[in-house]
Design a protein around this ligand. Structure first.
Ligand code: GMT
Length: 374
């Protein structure tokens, strides 16, 4: 198939999924065209059938805001026509599903299909906002096919937009050869000279990630068991985190790593990942940690319970219950046998349910199903 993919190219789960899907599809013999304003994250090598088309927005004094969505729509139509694309795959509803709809409308007589993958905040935050609600609903309903990255998100789409039949759940996926446990590295030895435990949080540091909770949980765990906290990522809450770490006198035990390209080299040194989010449709960070054999503590009112097996590969607990999260963390970190069992189960369940070859095939099958529709 000839496939066009458009996504938010910056660091963030939806961009990661979009580009890794593009690469995996090329490896399976398809031709993929990535279309965005920047090269999407994790596209780190040349591949013969992987193309990147940059969207440039013309500046004109009349435009207070550069019309990126119009430029993207025009580029999508141009690429679809020139390269005879079979379908456009939009990741994240706004603005991508809308732009794909426009591109298709511009190519009146083509058989081009549009598939939209909903990732989470496009529904739970952006799409729920009044000013975007109608446009998001319209764009989802105008797509030829719609997928959600979890059943939790599918139910949200039903609740928020009253679109209940259409979306197909296709989970996010992982390359288990890249994300794997690799024992104790030099970095770990240096970081934990007294054999402290390593706790990790990885996100884009937005308010919904509840960084305050991460630090509270860590403070309580550290009081019971010597440990260090590694914070991976950047975002608006980072300054708040630094302040709180200083206020609790935790500076020596918290390491701010910023954005990291190759998290598969860092995650395996962790003993536990914390993801106490308020909203989380899936939790790609949790999946990446589990594949590395790192148990996860996350929140129950999200899609995380579909990824983390409660009591087997981690714990899913109510939002804001930092005390229970900390006590479960201490229980896990102080019981070697329990930790080993959780770690083994994490790796096993991820490879059985979220391995890239299993999930990418589901996308291929779904593409074919949509292409076969009149
Ligand atoms: O987590 C974020 O804020 C980034 C966001 C995105 O769109 O890039 O992530 C969403 O999509 C990821 C990939 O499907 C999911 O793993 C995340 O759970 C989801 N984030 C939220 O629902 C908050």
């Amino acid at each position: 198939m000839n496939i066009g993919i458009t996504c938010h190219p910056v660091t963030g789960g939806s961009g990661v999924v979009a580009s890794e899907l593009g690469i995996a599809l090329v490896e399976r013999g398809h031709q993929v065209h990535l279309i965005s304003y920047d090269l999407p994250v994790r596209v780190d090598r040349f591949m013969e059938n992987l193309f990147y088309h940059q969207v440039d927005v013309a500046v004109y004094p009349l435009f207070k805001y550069p019309p990126y969505t119009l430029a993207l729509s025009a580029k999508l139509a141009e690429v679809a026509k020139t390269w005879h694309l079979d379908l456009l795959h939009a990741h994240y509803a706004i603005p991508h599903a809308t732009c794909c709809f426009l591109a298709k409308a511009m190519l009146k007589d083509s058989n081009l299909k549009v598939i939209t993958t909903l990732h989470g905040t496009d529904i739970t935050l952006v799409g729920s906002e009044k000013s975007f609600h109608q446009m998001t609903k319209f764009s989802i309903e105008s797509s030829d096919g719609v997928t959600c990255v979890s059943d939790f998100l599918r139910k949200e789409v039903c609740k928020v937009f009253n679109i209940c039949e259409e979306p197909r759940v296709i989970y996010n996926f992982i390359d288990i050869e890249k994300y794997k446990p690799n024992g104790c590295t030099e970095f770990k030895k240096k970081l934990t000279p007294r054999g402290e435990k390593i706790i990790i949080h990885m996100s884009n540091f937005r308010p919904l990630k509840r960084i305050d909770d991460v630090i509270d949980i860590f403070r309580l765990i550290r009081a019971g068991i010597p440990s260090k906290l590694l914070l991976i990522g950047e975002g608006p809450e980072l300054a708040v985190a630094r302040e709180k770490v200083a206020q609790y006198h935790l500076t020596d035990d918290v390491v701010f790593l910023g954005n990291q390209e190759n998290v598969e080299n860092i995650l395996p040194i962790g003993d536990l990942l914390l993801l106490p989010s308020e909203h989380e449709s899936f939790g790609l960070a949790a999946l990446e940690a589990l594949a590395c054999g790192v148990p996860v503590i996350g929140t129950s009112q999200t899609g995380i319970p579909e990824v983390v097996d409660d009591g087997k590969s981690g714990f899913v607990l109510p939002l804001g219950d930092t005390e229970t999260m900390a006590s479960k963390g201490i229980e896990l970190l102080s019981n070697e046998r329990m930790h080993r069992e959780f770690s083994e189960h994490a790796r096993k369940s991820v490879s059985e349910r979220f391995r890239d070859d299993i999930i990418v095939k589901q996308y291929e099958d779904y593409y074919r199903e949509i292409l076969a529709k009149k």
